[in-house]
Each structure stands twice: as C-alpha cells, then as structure tokens.
Design a protein around this ligand. Structure first.
Ligand SMILES: *[C@@H]1O[C@H](CO)[C@@H](O)[C@H](O)[C@H]1NC(C)=O
Ligand SMILES: *[C@@H]1O[C@H](CO)[C@@H](O)[C@H](O)[C@H]1NC(C)=O
Ligand SMILES: *[C@@H]1O[C@H](CO)[C@@H](O)[C@H](O)[C@H]1NC(C)=O
Ligand SMILES: *[C@@H]1O[C@H](CO)[C@@H](O)[C@H](O)[C@H]1NC(C)=O
Ligand SMILES: *[C@@H]1O[C@H](CO)[C@@H](O)[C@H](O)[C@H]1NC(C)=O
Ligand SMILES: *[C@@H]1O[C@H](CO)[C@@H](O)[C@H](O)[C@H]1NC(C)=O
Ligand SMILES: *[C@@H]1O[C@H](CO)[C@@H](O)[C@H](O)[C@H]1NC(C)=O
Ligand SMILES: *[C@@H]1O[C@H](CO)[C@@H](O)[C@H](O)[C@H]1NC(C)=O
Ligand SMILES: *[C@@H]1O[C@H](CO)[C@@H](O)[C@H](O)[C@H]1NC(C)=O
Length: 896
C-alpha cells in the first residue's frame, strides 16, 4: 500500500522547479549528511530605501538530503517599520505552501527607510548568509553563517548562532521550563492531543516565536511564519558554539525580527505582527465550573445549587460532551439532557446573572439520518478521499467525517447548526462555546485503521452515567481585524509542491503521536483551496476557532464571542481563549500552569488563558485544590474542571477549598476592573496583562529564570507556595519597594530570596509593587453583574521617590462596539492624587462609577496633623485612607 502511494506521488512529479526530478534520487540516502549541502549564492541584489531583494541559486550539486533541493529561491527583505524587519526566502516559482492570508494576515510593509530602523540586515552573497544587528549597540541578534541554508521540498533548515547560555523563551505549546534549556534541546511544533501534558514533546498548539533576552543589551523577538511540522533545536556544537536551528518539513522561511528593546515592547511588536487579541466579555473573568461526567441536567443544576449553598460565587457553568446524544455534536441526550430541561436550566442561570457554556468537537458522526452530517455532506464541507467519498476516521461518536474549515460552505453550515441547536427561542441559549479535540484528534492511530470497524467511544448509558454536552453557535461574522495587507493571493500560488510524500517526511520532526498522520486527520487530505493538510495540519484548531467565533457572533450579534479552543496557532488570540488542556491533579501541573501562563500571555498574545484548576485527570485532594483555588484566581481564565473518572472537585467539596475559594474569589472579583483594564490594553496596545519578572526587571539576572512567580497586571507580584505539601515558600523579591497586599505593610525588596513559613493552605503571598495604583471594587459580589454596582477604592503604592501611577478602563462589558468608555490615568505624587482622562461611561443599570476612598500605602512618616479632615492614618499598615465620594465623570485632584 505504501509503495503504491509513493508511486502515485511520483507520477504527479512533473513540471516544477525542483533540482532533482529523477524520482528515485529523492528517496534514498540513508547515510546522507547535511554537511555536504552546497548552500546558495545570492545574485541580482537590488536595494531601495527600505527593501532588499536578491535571487538565491543552489551553489553546487544538489544534496537532496531529505527531499529534492529547490534550485532557485528569492530573498525579500523589508524594513517594515522602525522596529520590525521582515526576511522572506521562498521558491522562485511560488509553488511552495505559504500560510493563507485569511488565516494569519500579514502586517503591512511600512517602507521605513533602513537608516531609521533599529535593526540592520547584512547580506553575504557567497555562500549566502545573513546577519541581523541591533544598530544601537552592534549586538548581533541573528547570524546564519554557521551552516548553509537548506531548502528542499520537504525540509527547510536554517541555523543562527547565539551567545553562550542564551535566555530563550517561547515556542509554545510545551510543558518545559519557561526559560528554555539550550543544550541538546529540541522543540517540536506539531499539534497533537496530549493527555497529561508530557514534557519535551509537541502539545496541542504551535507558536513559532521566541524572545531572546540579553539583559541590558536588550530583548528581541523572532517570529517564523511557517505552519509546517517543525523541530527547533537549541544546542551547542562540538566546538562549543551555541545555535538555534529551524528544521521544517515544508513551507518557506518567513521571519519577522522584532527589535524590542524592552521585553514588553517585543510583546507589543508581536501583537502588531500576528494581530491583537480579541477583547473578551467582563463576565469571562468570573469563576467557571465544569466536569466531564455530570451525567444529567439535574446534576448540573445541583452543582450550581451547591455553590450557592456554600456561598461561593459561580459565574459560569459548563457542560462537557455529556450533554450530547451519543456524543454527537448538535444533539442533546433525550433522557439525561432533554431540551426542555436544558432550557429551564439556562433561563434559571440567566435570571441569576450566571452564564452557560457548552462544548463542540470538529468531527461529525458519519451516520445516515443525522442532519448535521447529511447537510454538511450535501454542502460538500467534509474532507474527501481521492474517489470523492468522505474521508473517515474515528472520534467519540464512532465513524466520523471532518469539516474542512477552509471550504467556502463550512462557515455557513457550522453557523446554521449552531443557530439551530443553540437557538434562544427553542434551543439552548448559551453564552460561550468551547471547541475541543481540534488538533484534530482522530482515534485512528495510523493509516492502517479501518474507521468503519471502529465504533469509537459512545456512552453506554446503562452502566455509565455520563453526560454529554454539545452546543451550537450560529451565524457568521465579519472579521474585526481584517487583513491588513492589500496583496491578493494569486489562485495558482502557494498551494504546496506536488510530488511529495504527504504521509512521511524523511526529516523526522519527532511527533509524540508517531507519524504525521498518527491520531489525526491524514495529512494527504486536500483543503478546499487546494492546499494539503500536510502543510496546514497546525492550523486546524486555529481555523476552527475563527469559524466558530464568526458563528457565535452571528448567533449573538454585536456581542463579544467567548470561544475557548484547545488547539491554536500564532495569532489565535484574535478569536479565541485557551486552556492548557488535559493536565492532571498533581503539584507539578499546579506549578506548570504558571510558566505556561507566562509564555501564553506575554509571548503568544493569548491573554485569556489558564489551566484546569485542581487538575483534570486523576483525583484532586483538599490541600492541593485549596492552593490551586488561590493560584488560579490570579490567572486570567479561572475554571475548575475534572475528568470523568476523577472524583468531584468543586470548591464546595472540602472545608479548606471552601475557605480558600471564598477568599480567592472575593479578592479576584474586587480586582476584576484592574484585570479587565490590563486585558483592554493588551488588546489595544499589546502590553501583556501578565508579566514575567524579567519584563519589569530586565537587567536583574536573578529574574531571568523565574517561572513560579508572576505579576498579575503590572502591579501585583504573586508568589504562591510551590513545593508539594509545603506550608512555606522561598521566593524572589527584586530590589524595589513593595507592600504586602494583605496587610498593606511596606516590604523593601533586596534583590534576594525571602523565605516565608507558616503559609496556611488558604494563604498566598501577594505584594504590590511600589509605583503603581490599583483600582478595586470596595466589595465583592456573587456575580460580576452585581459586582459592577460596588463603588471603587483605589490602592496607591508609592515608589521610593513617592510617585505612583495606574490606569482604569470601564465599558459596558459585553458589546463589541463600545460607544461610551472611560479611560483614566491616575497619578500620585507626594501627597497629591490626580485622576484625569476620558469620561464616557455613565454607569448603566445601577452600576457604580463612584470612588469611595483612596488608600495610600507607605505613609509611616506622615505628619498626622497635616492630614485633611477626611484622611485617616492607620498605624498597623502605615497607610492613609481618604474617604469621600468622587464621581467618575470629570477630572479631579485629591490631597491626603
Ligand atoms: C553512503 O552510502 C553509499 C552506499 O549506500 C556509499 O557508497 C557511500 O560511500 C556512503 N557515503 C558515506 C559518506 O558514508
Ligand atoms: C547537540 O549537539 C551534540 C553535539 O555537540 C549532539 O551530539 C546532539 O545530538 C545534539 N542534540 C540535538 C538535539 O541536536
Ligand atoms: C450537592 O450537595 C449535596 C449535599 O451536600 C450532596 O449530597 C450532593 O452530592 C451534591 N451534588 C453535587 C452534584 O455535587
Ligand atoms: C455549497 O453548497 C451547495 C449546496 O447548498 C452546493 O450546491 C455547492 O456545490 C457547495 N459548494 C461547494 C464549493 O462545494
Ligand atoms: C490518502 O491516502 C489514502 C490511503 O492511501 C487514500 O485512500 C486516499 O484517497 C488519499 N486521499 C487523497 C485526498 O488523496
Ligand atoms: C509510520 O509509518 C510507517 C510507514 O507507513 C509504518 O511502518 C509505521 O508503523 C508507522 N509508525 C507508527 C508509529 O504508526
Ligand atoms: C518547608 O516545607 C518543607 C515540606 O514540608 C519542609 O521539608 C521544609 O523543611 C520547610 N522549610 C522551612 C524553611 O520551613
Ligand atoms: C532563589 O532560590 C532559587 C531556588 O532555590 C534559586 O534557584 C535562586 O538562585 C535563588 N536566587 C537568589 C537570588 O538567591
Ligand atoms: C452571595 O449569596 C449568598 C447566598 O448564596 C449570600 O449569603 C451572600 O451574602 C451573597 N454575597 C454577596 C456579596 O452578595
């Protein structure tokens, strides 16, 4: 069978610019060595003010190491802006696959004169190599001269040298250290279902971007816009030279160099390159509860009731695949989740100010009489075999077909299913959608699988009371961040070279699930636009999220869609939120959630992320779950979720988790406007709402490797207990002024580790960084809608010079278009508070826009006699509180 397929492939192998057209030549070189590859030579170099172009020609005999060398390439270098340099190397015939513009829209070439740019590109013509330098300090950021470029039909290799022991971060999705190992380390980017998040393998998503932090010499970023399966090596040569090497099994070299030079500036520049995150509804900051295994609608309702009885605020209830009939999308189990009861559940939740979210999977049950399949088939949306029949595999419901998200009919079909199933009038009126299994996961392990024989894993209702959820999103939408490039893609370009083996790349990117088609949609499938799944595999979840976002928008016109996706690609934040997949209830994954969050928010521009709180697989326990309730409260997306075989782990299950969750949620809710403001600025400016310590202390080497602490926003330093079962923690305090968040007391950081003992199961150390102002609500509430009726209090944390500043953004919370917004700059300067900005939000529906007090920390030395009559000194915390009633409708000043 394999031989036959190879032969078929080779027949098609004609008429394209590939160096070694003799079919047999491309396959067998068991002792090949990339050392013998000839590299390229540049010619016809042309320069304008802001662009350099050249032809690259293979500089000797083809080596055809993993596949035929491509003889003729083009180089295009663009000084796109002062801080972004674009280097693109592609086949002269423009046949090789390039990521579709509609999936990742490219930033514009701003035609910045090279003299004005922060970075410089230098070309060496023979053998071809290039170097990127930071002009300001001549720091070489990227230099490819250490190894010749290899550009084949199924292998693209490019190496850059790096300084010794570099600080490299990024390249998600992974469960490895935040600061990546740099010796004998590889990162595979090939989206795969990854239960229990194994280390040093490819996980659910691919983000081919890294940050390179060089202390006082600056930070820069490098984004490789290539979606093919890829392995990135970080290693040192035998002679001790450090390098980073890209090894992709196809696609082109499409590099964006982001100059920084502050770390957060790289984040902003990356947002400007792949797109800014969508803004998510205010209510997404509420607390969410889910479990796979809530076996009927009554049990779901009971969980909601039990939260209420325990006095723990619950904002959003979720249902996993349990709700579906036989685990088929767009159905509800008639006995366990009858539609009438589901409607009652949802209207009850809504009447209490709560929300409901359901899951959908991409695979559609291949079954006669099942409408979503029949309609999809009629509209031609499913992947097809060569003979035109639907391509089949196995998923939850049994034998399945998969929609091609690039097919012109798919968004309409998907939106219609969603509109019908989740109709507000006679379906389930849900508030958000969760898309799972979209790597895409296929229970067929390889191409020998016969999907018709495999009945999947449908629920056996008699002895297995599991619930099913399925939920629809209707409509289709409009892209709110439309393509920023005017170039239109020519129909016949970038489809991918013919004649390749679409099942096996001779260069092995080391996929944890085996071959390229292992446990996923076979890579020989063709997308509706003519591209191959071999090239687009890593974009499946990304494309599904986009179509689902649009469908959700059509279903709830004008409202910000909340789509949670498991599989992602660079730029997925524009449409979706993400959770870190199927972790386990173990301490290591409690810690892992921190470093994953750091990378996703600050480096992948996906701010609304978090882990399954208390862990998904295996049984949680009281102490760990209490710690995790507090940890998760300071992460953007906060959802408790467990697997079907795991014990129940709702926060109301144990005394310690009840206590921890009440405190955690109380604190989180008071801080929601602070977090929402940070999210808003991430979506508009790219400034990360979560900061790794080195982002704020970029010259302090002690911070470079810290992965168990973080800044929530830019003001709150979170230092949780991280050792298993411990009631103590050693954490780092940068050299700066801090205040204990809980007591208000000043704590001078000395640039050393600090040990805290006796940290109870319901405590988490939090410090306010001097120089910041935090807007809080005076009291928490049971729902975010109620929360908005509470007045504000502002916490002022002066720095060593007696200054501080903060921001506050307020809008209505859910609409995409916000006509009335308030955007404030708040400053403190030695005794005087100034609040100024744009005053647009009127406080709708009884919501408060009043400040009732300012609490200024660090006032131990204040002369009490100098204080105004509304100011009060508190000696325990050393703070001064000014009481009053200020309306957020015009600029004002306050003196303490
Ligand atoms: C590679 O193998 C071929 C035969 O399989 C042999 O002729 C050739 O010498 C080998 N080359 C190297 C560099 O080992
Ligand atoms: C790293 O380099 C060493 C030689 O310096 C080599 O033995 C090892 O295989 C390399 N590791 C990877 C992952 O490339
Ligand atoms: C709700 O609480 C009751 C009383 O503690 C308990 O018996 C029941 O199992 C709980 N239900 C769920 C779904 O947690
Ligand atoms: C889209 O669906 C319609 C039926 O609704 C069908 O006639 C048409 O061929 C489909 N388009 C494609 C490209 O398959
Ligand atoms: C993919 O390969 C399988 C197995 O050889 C074949 O049955 C199927 O038709 C191929 N699909 C396409 C689109 O060529
Ligand atoms: C990968 O594919 C090869 C060739 O078809 C096959 O021999 C091998 O068993 C597959 N490996 C796995 C892990 O499925
Ligand atoms: C911290 O807790 C761990 C685990 O309980 C214990 O082994 C260690 O001695 C404690 N350290 C301090 C400084 O109390
Ligand atoms: C703080 O402690 C960690 C963990 O023990 C250690 O790796 C780090 O070097 C320490 N930092 C300082 C500044 O001592
Ligand atoms: C939340 O609801 C509980 C009852 O479920 C009530 O006891 C509590 O006072 C409410 N909290 C707030 C802040 O309204």
């Amino acid at each position: 069978m394999r031989v036959q397929r190879l032969a078929l492939g080779l027949v098609a192998f004609t008429g394209f610019t590939i160096a070694a057209p003799a079919p047999l030549d491309l396959v067998v070189r068991d002792n090949f060595s990339t050392d013998n590859c000839p590299g390229y030579e540049a010619s016809n170099v042309e320069k304008t003010d802001s662009t350099i172009t050249a032809d690259l020609t293979l500089a000797g005999d083809a080596c055809n190491v993993y596949s035929p060398d491509i003889k003729d390439l083009r180089l295009v270098v663009e000084y796109q802006s002062k801080d972004r340099l674009h280097v693109k190397i592609f086949d002269k015939d423009e046949q090789v696959y390039q990521v579709q513009e509609e999936l990742v829209s490219r930033p514009q070439h701003g035609e910045t004169p090279s003299d004005d740019a922060l970075l410089e590109f230098e070309l060496v013509e023979k053998p071809f190599s290039f170097k990127i330098t930071r002009k300001e300090n001549d720091e070489v950021l990227f230099d490819t001269s250490g190894r010749q470029l290899i550009f084949e039909s199924q292998y693209v290799g490019l190496r850059t040298s790096l300084p010794k022991n570099p600080n490299i971060y990024g390249f998600g999705e992974h469960s490895d250290p935040f600061r990546l190992p740099n010796v004998d380390y590889h990162r595979t980017l090939y989206n795969a279902e990854s239960p229990n998040l194994p280390t040093n393998v490819n996980l659910y998503g691919s983000h081919p971007v890294y940050f390179d932090h060089r202390g006082d010499k600056g930070t820069h970023g490098v984004f490789m816009l290539n979606a093919n399966g890829m392995k990135v090596d970080l290693n040192v040569t035998e002679s001790g030279d450090q390098y980073l090497q890209y090894n992709a099994i196809g696609g082109i070299i499409d590099l964006y160099f982001l100059a920084g030079k502050q770390p957060a500036e790289v984040s902003k520049q990356y947002a400007d390159t792949v797109g800014y995150s969508a803004m998510f509804p205010y209510w997404t900051f509420g607390f969410h509860q889910c479990k796979y295994g809530y076996w009927d609608v009554n049990m779901v309702a009971e969980v909601v009731g039990n939260y209420s009885t325990a006095g723990i605020p619950l904002e959003v209830m979720w249902t996993d695949i349990d709700y579906m009939d036989g685990r088929q999308d767009f159905t509800t189990d008639p006995e366990r989740f009858p539609i009438a009861k589901m409607r009652e559940l949802v209207s009850t939740l809504h009447s209490r100010g709560q929300r409901y979210v359901l899951i959908l999977d991409p695979a559609i049950h291949f079954k006669e009489g099942y409408k979503p399949y029949e309609q999809g088939h009629e509209m031609g949306v499913f992947y097809k075999n060569e003979d035109g029949s639907d391509y089949l595999g196995v998923q939850w419901a049994g034998t399945m077909a998969w929609p091609d998200w690039l097919h012109p009919n798919t968004s309409k079909w998907w939106a219609e299913q969603i509109a019908t199933t989740f109709s507000a009038d006679n379906g389930i009126d849900l508030d958000g959608i969760w898309v799972d299994m979209n790597e895409a996961s296929n229970f067929c392990s390889d191409i020998d699988c016969n999907p018709l024989d495999d009945q999947g894993n449908p629920p056996k209702v008699e002895h297995d009371p599991r619930p099913n959820t399925g939920r629809p999103i209707p409509g289709f939408p409009e892209d709110f961040q439309p393509s920023r490039r005017s170039l239109t893609r020519r129909e016949d370009k970038y489809k991918g070279l013919p004649g390749r083996d679409l099942f096996v790349a001779k260069y092995d990117p080391v996929n944890q699930r085996g071959n390229l088609s292992g446990y996923t949609i076979w890579t020989n499938n063709t997308n509706a636009d003519g591209t191959k799944v071999y090239d687009t595999h890593n974009l499946h979840g990304h494309a599904m999220s986009r179509v689902t976002y649009d469908a959700m928008l059509a279903r709830r016109p004008g409202l910000r869609p909340m789509v949670l996706t498991r599989s992602t690609f660079a730029g997925s934040g524009r449409k979706a939120t993400h959770w870190f997949g199927d972790n386990a209830s173990i301490w290591e994954h409690y810690r892992l959630s921190i470093r994953q969050m750091l990378a996703w928010v600050s480096m992948h521009q996906m701010p609304m992320v978090g882990s399954d709180v208390c862990g998904f697989n295996a049984d949680a326990n009281e102490q760990m779950c209490a710690r995790w309730a507090l940890l998760g409260a300071f992460q953007p997306f906060y959802r408790n979720h467990a697997e079907i075989h795991a014990i129940q782990q709702e926060f109301y299950q144990w005394p310690l988790t009840i206590k921890a969750a009440k405190k955690a949620i109380d604190t989180r809710y008071k801080l929601i406007d602070y977090a929402y403001t940070a999210l808003y600025y991430q979506t508009t400016e790219g400034t990360p709402m979560i900061n790794p310590l080195f982002f704020l202390y970029p010259e302090d080497e002690n911070t470079f490797g810290i992965q168990d602490q973080w800044f929530y926003g830019d003001a709150l330093l979170i230092s949780p207990v991280t050792t298993d079962w411990a009631e103590n923690v050693t954490f780092y305090m940068p050299k700066d002024t801090f205040y204990d968040y809980w007591t208000g007391q000043r704590v001078e950081g000395l640039g050393t580790n600090v040990t805290r003992t006796g940290v109870s199961w319901t405590d988490i150390p939090v410090h306010v960084r001097g120089g910041t102002i935090i807007p809080q609500r005076a009291n928490s509430a049971n729902t975010t809608a109620e929360l908005r009726k509470e007045n504000f209090v502002f916490i002022v944390a002066p720095d060593a010079n007696g200054k501080a500043k903060g921001r506050l953004y307020i809008d209505e919370g859910e609409k995409i278009e916000q006509k009335q917004t308030t955007e404030l700059d708040i400053t403190w300067d030695n005794g005087k508070i100034k609040v100024e900005g744009k005053w647009g939000y009127p406080g709708l529906n009884g919501e408060s826009i009043k400040i009732e007090s300012f609490k200024v920390l660090g006032q131990e030395d204040v002369q009490i006699g100098d204080l105004g009559e509304n100011s009060k000194f508190d000696s325990a915390s050393g703070s001064v509180t000014v009481q009053g009633s200020w309306n957020l409708d015009a600029d004002f000043e306050v003196h303490i």
